[in-house]
Ligand binder design. Structure first.
Ligand SMILES: Cc1ncc(COP(=O)(O)O)c(C=O)c1O
Length: 500
């Protein structure tokens, strides 16, 4: 409360006036959230935001204080019941991770410390450096590589490609810009590469025409002959091919490019090899799948997430770059007010590299703490087992689909992604597209399961991506049972509708 007596203003802060009631509220929040997470399986996966709740969010800016207890009540009533649903065991949409309890608690600790993890003589620098070192170790990168924790894989892709562009330009691109390029710089990826690669290419000023989307083979891998032909054609035309982007797990089908073959091509052609391993990179930990991503460790840069297949709470991704120098020289810019000290003395005297020298961000949250605590809590072997479990669950779902005449796989199940269609012989493909879309929506609306959709060879398909440590085999049984029921209901009501 602001008090003013005889012209003297008592100073305010944002700390609670009553610490004891805030402590009680904090303990209640923590208890409620643990119960909420423990009971997640008992609730529908998802429910839409009702109109009256939407309307609630158009209220005017509060100008005066409200009690923390009332604000928390409002959160419990208006916010908590309407999440995206990705903490639920039957959420398999896009490639969205589940999060963990320890991860959530670590976020509370990091937010309480409110460290900005840009470097300097503070514990966050040491924690994050250790996390990056552990990531290098798990994914086969040398200790000499640089690494940076990011908000996610989109940022990691952008950073990796920025380094590629600057290193391969052959002149001081940072100073002169792309305007001074003597040849058009081009790069290559398969048709199923993630959209964040195109966004990075656009943001880097290369223009999306510079990104050649190469055709794929029937295992949804980049066609190596087509790639070589595209590179040689561009060279003949006077362009400067500079980079190939390989996929370690495409978003659509989980397809993994032949990474060793791409590394060989890049070596021969003097191209930068970037790998987008958002989730698939972590197959490296799975006892029976690690061979699928061999060659990834030969990448010049590797982008990946920990909030997908390492199950950590949003947001946390990482980029690793073999050339520490190339990485630093792409970003480091140290004005006088950000000078780094030396020798372990003073707040800026860290004996470690500063993350801000490898990033375009200056303010960086302490996202490494949740990774550090989670990796300690479970150990890398358990992560490997869980990733393998998801891969096995995807194969199991593939078998369930193959056993049903109403369902048809749309792509081979190579990792943790399953694409399939509900089929009936009586209708054409365009009608089936609509039917499959309706099944996905119906399963969401009924709160049974969240799948997403995509297009394969021009046809809509349903898609399950399992990066969920809470899923069990019985969840896939429920999915198939309910999906076929909904499919039949929609087909029957559709045919009744069309006959009237
Ligand atoms: C293959 C792939 N690359 C990049 C991304 C972008 O990652 P993020 O959402 O962490 O920015 C995704 C997201 O799903 C992805 O699946």
């Amino acid at each position: 409360m602001r008090r003013e007596t005889e012209g003297i203003v008592s100073e305010e802060s944002l700390d609670p006036e009553d610490w004891e009631s805030m402590r009680e509220l904090g303990q209640k929040m923590l208890g409620d959230m643990l119960t909420y997470l423990k009971t997640v399986r008992d609730r529908p996966v998802w429910q839409g935001v009702p109109d009256e709740i939407k309307a609630h969010f158009s209220k005017r800016l509060p100008q005066n204080p409200q009690s923390p207890e009332a604000i928390y009540r409002e959160f419990v009533e208006k916010v908590l019941p309407y999440p995206l649903g990705n903490i639920h065991p039957r959420f398999w949409g896009w490639a969205v991770g589940t999060g963990t309890i320890m991860g959530a608690l670590a976020e509370l600790l990091a937010a309480s410390m409110n460290s900005i993890a840009g470097g300097g003589n503070q514990s966050a620098s040491y924690v994050e450096t250790q996390v990056v070192d552990w990531i290098k170790e798990m994914l086969g990168f040398p200790a000499s590589a640089s690494g940076l924790l990011t908000s996610g894989c989109s940022a990691a892709n952008l950073i990796g490609l920025a380094v590629a562009r600057n290193v391969k330009a052959g002149y001081d691109l940072r100073r002169k810009g792309l305007q001074k390029a003597s040849a058009r710089m081009t790069l290559y990826a398969s048709q199923e590469i993630h959209s964040s690669i195109q966004q990075a290419v656009e943001l880097l000023g290369l223009g999306s025409d510079a990104l050649h989307l190469v055709s794929m083979n029937d295992r949804f891998q980049i066609d190596l002959e087509a790639l070589k032909a595209a590179i040689s054609r561009d060279r003949k035309d006077g362009s400067l091919p500079f980079c190939v982007v390989g996929a370690a797990g495409t978003i659509n089908t989980g397809g993994i490019d032949n990474l060793n073959a791409l590394a060989d091509i890049c070596q021969r052609e003097n191209l930068w090899f970037h790998v987008d391993g958002a989730f698939g990179a972590w197959a490296a930990l799975a006892p029976n799948a690690k061979d699928k991503v061999t060659g990834m460790e030969r990448a010049d840069s590797l982008a990946l997430d920990l909030h997908k297949w390492m199950y950590m709470p949003y947001e946390i991704g990482c980029v690793l770059v073999q050339s520490e120098e190339g990485h630093r020289k792409t970003f480091a810019l140290t004005p006088a007010y950000l000078a780094h000290g030396e020798g372990g003395r003073g707040i800026d005297g860290a004996d470690l590299p500063w993350p801000i020298d490898y990033d375009f961000l200056l303010s960086r949250r302490f996202r490494g703490l949740k990774a550090w605590m989670s990796l300690k809590e479970h150990g890398s072997r358990k992560y490997g087992r869980l990733i393998q479990q998801n891969i096995n669950q995807a194969s199991y779902l593939g078998e369930l689909i193959a056993a049903r005449s109403e369902l048809k796989l749309s792509a081979p199940v190579t990792l943790n992604v399953v694409c399939f269609r509900y089929v009936t012989s009586s209708v054409d493909d365009a009608v089936l597209d609509e039917l499959n879309k309706r099944i996905v929506t119906e399963l969401q609306e009924q709160g049974t399961a969240v799948l997403s959709g995509t297009t394969i060879r021009g046809r809509y398909v349903m898609r399950v991506a399992c990066v969920n440590h809470r899923s069990r085999r019985e969840d896939f049984d429920i999915l198939i049972q309910e999906l076929v029921r909904v499919g039949k209901e929609l087909t029957t009501s559709g045919s009744k509708g069309s006959s009237t």
